[in-house]
Design a binder for this molecule. Structure first.
Ligand SMILES: Cc1cc2nc3c(=O)[nH]c(=O)nc-3n(C[C@H](O)[C@H](O)[C@H](O)COP(=O)(O)OP(=O)(O)OC[C@H]3O[C@@H](n4cnc5c(N)ncnc54)[C@H](O)[C@@H]3O)c2cc1C
Ligand code: FES
Length: 277
């Protein structure tokens, strides 16, 4: 008998195919596993990225599984030791990848519904995977709406792609910033300001919310006031993670390991958490 044990902590080797500065704080990476296999992720899942000699960090997969090619895409903010080291790596460098991990967006439950995407800041990174999945499977979904809030115009992520989504049939896109500059002619203010300008049919709408915890409470209130059913609201939660595989307890909330049961949760499952109250 040949029982070869492979530890869940051993990463697969991968190449940083491209590394491009997106904003002053975020870099975009195209990554390819060295064994030539596809990552096999679902929108909303994450990977543990290792920079050898420095450490690991959980990062959402930003590309859709429907995108062409074998690689996958990440968008990473320079926030600390691992992410800074990743920003410093030149194209062609070898990194480690574990995963994909966690539960992403519930594709079967979303099928047939109108989708309202609400993304704040870096929340657009995992949301982009789901948005492009919906665009690539357009016939499976009804009306698409994206409400996206960013700190400043210079912090807006994927500006070209946002414009492309705007040009997709039956896709309404609205953007706001907290602090405008002289050239900005769009909305200014919190993301909830955008809710007044959207016409949704609440009975057919599933709402997907990804962003900083401070955003959740106000967005949830607006969604419920618009008549979106609680059971059709999904949130992606970020908790400090280490192992990503339900072993270390770093991400634990009560009896739930966010790395395994999340990061995407139905609102009805997490409504008692501080950010949802
Ligand atoms: C599921 C998931 C998906 C994510 N997806 C993305 C993504 O797509 N893109 C992205 O850029 N980021 C993403 N993040 C966040 C990312 O994982 C963190 O920014 C990253 O782990 C930081 O690691 P680091 O080693 O670079 O920073 P660290 O050196 O760990 O520091 C990060 C920041 O946290 C502070 N800090 C460090 N330790 C502690 C502590 N014990 N308590 C409180 N504060 C502390 C530091 O001062 C610093 O400000 C995601 C996180 C999760 C959980
Ligand atoms: S990150 Fe270790 S249990 Fe979730």
């Amino acid at each position: 008998m040949n029982h070869k044990y492979v530890s869940p902590y051993v990463p697969r080797l991968a190449e940083l195919v491209t590394a491009r500065q997106l904003t002053s704080r975020e870099k975009f990476f195209e990554v390819r596993l060295q064994d030539g296999s596809a990552l096999g992720h679902q929108p909303g899942q994450f990977v543990e990225v290792s920079v050898f000699g420095v450490g690991e960090a959980p990062i959402s997969v930003s590309s859709s599984p429907t995108s062409q090619g074998l690689g996958f895409e990440l968008c990473v903010r320079d926030a600390g030791s691992v992410t800074h080291a990743l920003h410093e790596l030149p194209e062609g460098s070898t990194i480690g990848i574990r995963g994909p991990y966690g539960r992403g967006f519930p594709l079967d439950e979303l099928k047939g519904n109108d989708l309202l995407f609400v993304a704040g800041g870096l929340g657009l990174v995992p949301m982009r995977s789901m948005i492009n999945y919906a665009v690539d499977n357009r016939a499976d979904f009804g009306r698409l709406t994206l409400l996206y809030g960013s700190r400043t115009p210079a912090d807006l992520l994927f500006a070209d792609e946002t414009e492309r989504w705007r040009g997709t049939p039956d896709f309404h896109v609205a953007t706001t910033v907290d602090l405008a500059d002289g050239a900005w002619t769009g909305q200014v203010g919190p993301i909830t300001k955008l809710f007044g300008g959207v016409a949704i049919n609440p009975v057919r709408t599933s709402a997907l919310v990804v962003g900083p915890p401070v955003m959740f409470r106000f967005v949830l209130k607006s969604l419920l006031m618009m008549g979106v059913y609680e059971s059709r609201v999904y949130l992606s939660l970020e908790r400090r993670m280490k192992c990503g595989v339900g072993k270390c307890g770093h991400c634990q909330i009560d009896d739930v390991y966010v790395c395994q049961k999340g990061p995407v949760f139905p609102y009805t499952r997490v409504r008692k958490l501080p950010e949802a109250l």
